[in-house]
Design a protein around this ligand. Structure first.
Ligand SMILES: Cc1cc2nc3c(=O)[nH]c(=O)nc-3n(C[C@H](O)[C@H](O)[C@H](O)COP(=O)(O)OP(=O)(O)OC[C@H]3O[C@@H](n4cnc5c(N)ncnc54)[C@H](O)[C@@H]3O)c2cc1C
Length: 413
């Protein structure tokens, strides 16, 4: 099997590396000169937009960095060129993840916007909707959240019950969404709502769902942050009480919400397949840090074996990711590679976070706020926060069901 990259792909890698050499140190120097380095904390977690420590400072730094990326057409490389992207191939997207993690760039401001909602508006939106919203997502002018889950609709998303009833030129929205990442920072949200109240009682729960873009600044919207296991407030409940949403804020047709959502989650899952790519850089970073703060750990045979095991797992996951990508390139269904890569990512994220705390010894236990906390307590935060990786983007049990059902085709009872 040939794992080498084509000349074109290598040229893409060189162009990105050259661009980062030119822009990243200058950006960091300028930002740190103005703001200090308190926002460095978010570098360990690029997946939820959560960040850590001084969250608002971290988010502002992400916003500034995303703007620089957008100006260089490096913020949304898979988007079409006419919308500021590069029409990048799946392979180039993997290279992008590899290079960005090697340079340990700041996170982007609005992962939901760039990875899921922007592509969906480009795919489903009217010309007017695209002109209105797509540039703002790219330039980080407006933050977006994605509101699918509800208290009784998570893994079983089609059970969602937030109701939108058509009344002339607008929908009237009532109900509750939950677990909306960064909704309290968002101006806009892409929400899945039920426009046909008869569909659940009639046993057609996937029908009658519609995707609506909601302005979160209008009357009737209440957003309540939920304190997470790390003590941060980056996920929210969102309540709607008689909220008026203009019909021209509907994405796709009425009742087409499930189709729109599956596209969105499809992008999320393809993205998830490549998440583990950055983990090599995390492992290197924690070993380097241990050399300075807890060097005796690196002589411990048990810890050395865990490092070797993590290294092997990361390599195996990289190859699994390549296999998923190659199936996608050939227009084949990426089963079971994508759900397996998701499972591997959860497993590795948690394994690495535990390894980091053990490698760093007493320093690894110090949480943010303390003057002696290593990297501002970011590794300690990661230790508790990474539990979410077996829930977000599809729970572990549901991924295993998908593998059993669609890949291994285990017999049903
Ligand atoms: C940090 C974080 C950020 C998130 N951000 C967003 C966001 O921005 N927008 C959004 O819409 N949602 C978001 N979510 C929600 C996420 O998508 C849901 O938590 C997820 O889909 C699981 O749904 P649930 O929490 O309702 O759990 P449930 O679906 O109720 O599951 C509970 C448990 O039952 C298990 N289970 C469920 N069904 C089965 C089955 N058929 N077979 C076997 N076991 C099963 C699950 O694996 C789990 O262990 C976020 C979640 C987290 C943790």
């Amino acid at each position: 099997m040939d794992f080498s990259y084509t000349e074109e792909d290598e040229a893409f890698r060189a162009e990105l590396s050259g661009w980062l050499d030119e822009h990243l140190p200058a950006f960091l120097a300028e930002w740190n000169a103005k703001h200090g380095d308190e926002a460095d904390l978010d570098d360990l977690d690029d997946t939820t937009g959560a960040g850590s420590g001084g969250i608002m400072a971290a988010m502002e730094r992400r916003r500034a960095w995303q703007r620089i990326l957008a100006a260089g057409r490096w913020a949304a490389i898979t988007w079409p060129a006419e919308w500021g992207g590069r029409d990048a191939t799946v392979t180039q997207n993997v290279i992008y993840s590899e290079v960005m993690s090697r340079y340990r760039t700041p996170g982007i401001y609005n992962a939901n916007g760039l990875w899921q909602i922007g592509p969906m508006i480009i795919r489903w939106g009217t010309d007017e909707q695209k002109q209105r919203w797509v540039p703002n997502i790219l330039n980080a002018d407006e933050h977006w959240c994605q509101g699918f889950s509800e208290p009784q609709a998570g893994s079983d998303l089609a059970n969602l019950r937030t109701m939108a009833i058509l009344d002339g030129d607008h929908y009237v929205l009532n109900g509750q969404k939950t677990w909306c990442s960064s909704a309290h920072l968002a101006r806009w949200g892409l929400f899945l709502v039920r426009t046909d109240p008869t569909s659940i009682p009639e046993g057609r729960k996937h029908d009658g769902i519609t995707a609506l873009i909601v302005d979160l600044d209008v009357p009737g919207v209440t957003i309540r942050p939920i304190k997470d296991i790390a003590g941060e407030e980056m996920i929210c409940d969102v309540f709607f009480e008689d909220v008026h949403v203009p019909v021209d804020h509907r994405l796709g047709g009425e009742g087409e919400g499930w189709l729109v959502a599956m596209g969105t989650l499809g992008s999320e899952r393809v993205g998830t397949a490549s998440l583990a790519i950055g983990m090599r850089a995390d492992l290197d970073a924690m070993v380097n840090l241990a050399r300075s703060v807890n060097p005796q750990a690196l002589a411990d045979p048990e810890l050395r074996a865990r490092i070797a095991r993590a290294h092997t797992d990361i390599e195996y996951t990289r190859l699994l990711t390549y296999r998923a990508m190659s199936r996608i390139l050939k227009n084949q269904k990426p089963w079971p590679e994508v759900p397996m890569a998701k499972l591997q990512w959860s497993h590795l994220a948690q394994t690495l976070a535990e390894l980091a705390v053990d490698l760093l010894g007493p320093s690894g236990m110090l949480a943010k706020g303390g003057p002696d906390a290593v990297d501002g307590g970011a590794w300690n935060r990661l230790y508790v926060f990474q539990r979410y990786t077996s829930i977000g983007a599809g729970t572990t049990e549901v991924q295993k069901n998908i593998i059993a059902d669609r890949a291994i085709k285990l017999p049903r009872k």
